[in-house]
Design a protein around this ligand. Sequence first.
Ligand SMILES: Cc1cc2nc3c(=O)[nH]c(=O)nc-3n(C[C@H](O)[C@H](O)[C@H](O)COP(=O)(O)OP(=O)(O)OC[C@H]3O[C@@H](n4cnc5c(N)ncnc54)[C@H](O)[C@@H]3O)c2cc1C
Length: 489
Amino acid sequence: MDESRSRTPHPRLVVVGSGMAATRLVEELVARGAHERMAITVLGEEDTAPYNRILLSAVLEGTHRPEALTLRTVRWYAAHGVDLRLGARVLGVDRERKDVMLVDGTLVEYDVLVLATGSIPTLPPIRGLVRREGSLHDAVHAFRSAADCRRLLAALPSSRRAVVVGGGLLGLQVARALGVRGVATEVVEGADHLLHRQIDAPAARILTRELKRLGVAVYAGARAVRLVDGPSGPAMRLDNGFTLDTDLVVLTAGGRPSTALARGAGLEVRRGIVVDDRLASVTDPSVHALGDCAEHDGRTTGHVSPAWDQAGVLAGILCAENATYDGSRVVARLRASDLHVAVLGEPAVEVAAGGEVVEIANPVAGSHRSLVVRDGRIVAATLVGDLSRVGLITQHFDRRTVLGPHEPGGLLLPERAGRAAGALLPDDAEVCACAGVTAGRIRACASLEQARETTRATTGCGGCAGTVRRLLARDEAGHPALATIQKGT
Ligand SMILES: Cc1cc2nc3c(=O)[nH]c(=O)nc-3n(C[C@H](O)[C@H](O)[C@H](O)COP(=O)(O)OP(=O)(O)OC[C@H]3O[C@@H](n4cnc5c(N)ncnc54)[C@H](O)[C@@H]3O)c2cc1C
């Protein structure tokens, strides 16, 4: 089935993928009026309207309804003349003919192609996960898409026990969500402690204890090696001799950039699709890539804030602005009730690069906070158990503020003891790291809805929602209330 090859009056932009990066790109293009100057087509494999993937664990936990995750409705795309096609998996790209082929054989021509294909979950080497005929064992679930989330939710009523394979941020969110749903959950992590890429062993011990208090058991330093079907149902064997009886296995052992299309098209791919500072493939300037699938300056990211930064830059480039991308700083938050973790930058990398560690731990109170400081600047941080200072620390991290020798230690003190205790957040303090929104911009909004719509604050990881609400709170006379950043917001 060939679509018409006749040229439209407008240049044709085809975006493959309808995830978080693609959605932000289209929003940025629409904000620049580009939808009136180009024919934009978005081809998304999933059948759900573009949604906030990072809140899927909140749906699993039951704090958000699935509909609340929708980023933009199908109607919004139609209203802006953007041709959104859902359930449209792209099978191949022909760079000579400049078209892409959908799974049903349809060809879609482009002048400029954007690959925003995200990442795919890693299948850990566990025997028995995949049946002989190639399908996953019925008890095994991935957790990447709305469809995965629906399938897992459907399995909950008949499940009492779960094993989560992978003790990273996603694994802990899923484990906590299952625990909240009343499923006895055990986390298996092959490295010697949880969140081993982000936090050190003492901080992980505190986190492990918190999880145990919340009813989630952790097996760290143990690998899941075999899923067997026993007389009482499935059981996961670990390499330390333990066998965990279970009804569900959730795989959260990481992912890798989805690059098959780019490889097939002959584009340069290392870990991700290699792009330059204009987010163009180094092989073909008419093909761009952004988000989890892209590799810029030797790095792939796997977080939403770089994907959104890239979307803003790429929209500018496609609108002939003089924009370039020079990397992003990442702030990752654990999203789960009663578990407070924030990681800024890459602590291990910065320590290896000569950063000095300033830290305060209080295992009795369940908190561990550390900053990595280089040349007076905070270059990374990990906060476990107490996020009362995350706002100020993030502000200094983002702005690369040069601090005096005693200031990093002061920032780690609990808020009531710190110098800024009770201080009003200044207008230029960044409140939403995902969307780069300051307190002043939130204060200028009349309602949460307006703040969401005009600034996009709270629509990423949602970690800023409490602070945003307080910033918008009005006293009885209608004056803005004071807002400080509080624990766990
Ligand atoms: C459960 C979960 C929780 C997360 N939590 C956080 C968090 O708290 N903070 C954070 O920063 N990041 C988090 N992430 C990571 C974050 O979601 C990603 O970094 C972000 O979604 C990247 O956006 P993207 O558009 O590159 O990829 P995606 O959002 O994954 O979108 C890619 C889209 O492309 C589609 N696609 C792929 N191949 C094709 C094809 N051939 N044809 C058509 N469509 C195709 C896919 O189906 C998908 O819809 C989380 C991820 C998951 C899965």
